[in-house]
Design a protein around this ligand. Structure first.
Ligand code: ASP
Ligand code: MG
Length: 416
């Protein structure tokens, strides 16, 4: 017998028929002798609908009231799922976040979980009940309802699993796992059986479509084995098979020796590059350029500074394409004259491609293989950045898919 947390996304909860299917699947796990806690999202489209309603009344809705409203979607889900379980003869009980309680800070619409009281839940589980807890929401010290940000139910589920010391957190979703790269770009992309938390974080550009990235950080910090698997399968499929399906997000020490060196190719299409030319090469310059950018809340990713020539250097960095105009504005208005830069240029047609794998720590030659592959395709590398388990290059946007395909093949990722 194990304690297992199931999380179901909006699509899985999308209609009463689907909710009945979720109940069948959950009942199957309970019948097998496990203690089950379910954390569902709102029915698909519901959170959007609620937010749109708010905006009809107040274009920039008050954050506290918005959370009060948006949190109701999950309350509907838990009650319907509980009824679906009761009607097939299971014992079940549903709770809103504040009833558990799931305590958060007071940052409405993007609150962070601080603690979860496990007493009530354990009591119910020991009494043979299936416990259903709203995703996405919590309560602050003042008793106000908070929400965790869009996609936050993933984080709720992992946090509940951590608090209850669950054996595994199963995230049922409309994809069947995490892939070596986006299958829309590489048709023979392969589902990974396991991926480490660190790799999953580095593959955020791919993974974030599957899981709220904060939930992965949470799972890593609290060591919660988390599995992403399909909710579109037959709810009555054999439990053993289901329990081993999807992708397990695991810890490095648990992964096998024979694991491939590279786990995946991540990419981010919509990057922009900015170069500040002819700046004096002296202490404080990087800060003077990037400080105002950070103050404007623009996230900077790759950074390079050239060798200085006659006391002057060029400084290049990338920002998300959607923030390019804002960043340029800041630079032209406040930075350029202040530091005496010769000129500022930019390119909004660049993309980032990364190879990711914990195996890089113990293998050499990954970077050279990556660069050789790109050179064989005639792709020019504009910038390079590395971490212990990732090498990223910035290239012309029009070669992005070619690069992803070539690298996927070069690192044999289509092979199991
Ligand atoms: N219902 C919330 C949203 O749509 C939370 C979630 O689905 O994870 O963002
Ligand atoms: Mg989601």
């Amino acid at each position: 017998m194990a304690l297992i947390v199931h999380k179901y996304g909006g699509t899985s909860m999308g209609s009463t028929e689907r909710i009945k299917n979720v109940a069948r699947r959950v009942a199957k796990w309970h019948d097998a002798g496990h203690q089950i806690v379910v954390v569902p999202s709102a029915m698909s489209g519901e959170t959007n609908r609620l937010i749109a309603l708010a905006k009809e009344i107040m274009p920039q809705p008050d954050a506290r009231e918005l959370d009060m409203l948006a949190s109701t979607g999950e309350q509907v889900s838990v009650a319907l799922l509980s009824m679906a379980l009761l009607s097939i003869g299971k014992k079940a009980v549903s709770y809103a976040g504040w009833q558990v309680p799931i305590k958060t800070d007071s940052a409405f619409t993007k609150a962070r979980i601080q603690s979860i009281d496990d007493a009530r839940v354990h009591k119910d589980l020991d009494a043979g009940k299936i416990v259903i807890i709203t995703g996405f929401q919590g309560v602050d010290d003042g008793g106000n309802i908070t929400t965790l940000g869009r996609g936050g139910s993933d984080t709720s589920a992992v946090a509940v699993a951590a608090a209850l010391k669950a054996q595994e957190c199963l995230i049922y979703t409309d994809v069947d796992g995490v892939y070596t790269t986006d299958p829309r770009v590489v048709s023979d992309a392969r589902r990974l059986k396991t991926v480490t938390f660190e790799e999953m974080l580095e593959m955020a550009s791919l993974g974030s479509k599957v899981l709220q990235i904060r939930s992965v950080e949470f799972a890593g910090n609290y060591k919660v084995p988390t599995r992403v698997l399909s909710s579109l399968t037959d709810p009555l499929m054999p439990l053993e098979e289901e329990a081993n399906s999807g992708t397990l997000i695991s810890f490095e020490e648990d992964t096998h020796m024979e694991q491939a060196v590279i786990s995946g190719i991540a990419f981010s299409r919509d990057e922009a590059k900015i170069t500040v030319m002819g700046v004096p090469d002296k202490p404080g310059i990087a800060y003077q350029i990037l400080g105002p950018i950070a103050d404007a809340n623009v996230e900077v990713d790759m950074i390079i500074q050239n060798q200085s020539v006659e006391g002057k250097t060029d400084f290049t960095f990338t920002v998300p394409r959607g923030e390019y105009a804002k960043a340029m504005d800041v630079l032209n208005k406040t930075v350029k004259e202040h530091i005496g830069a010769a000129s500022i240029t930019g390119d909004t047609k660049v993309s980032k491609v990364s190879v990711v794998g914990v195996g890089m720590r113990s293998h050499v030659g990954i970077a050279s293989q990556m660069f050789r592959t790109l050179s064989e395709e005639g792709i020019n590398i504009q910038m390079i950045s590395t971490s212990e388990i990732k090498i990223s290059v910035l290239i012309d946007e029009k070669y992005m898919e070619l690069a992803v395909r070539a690298l996927h093949k070069a690192f044999d990722l289509e092979k199991a």
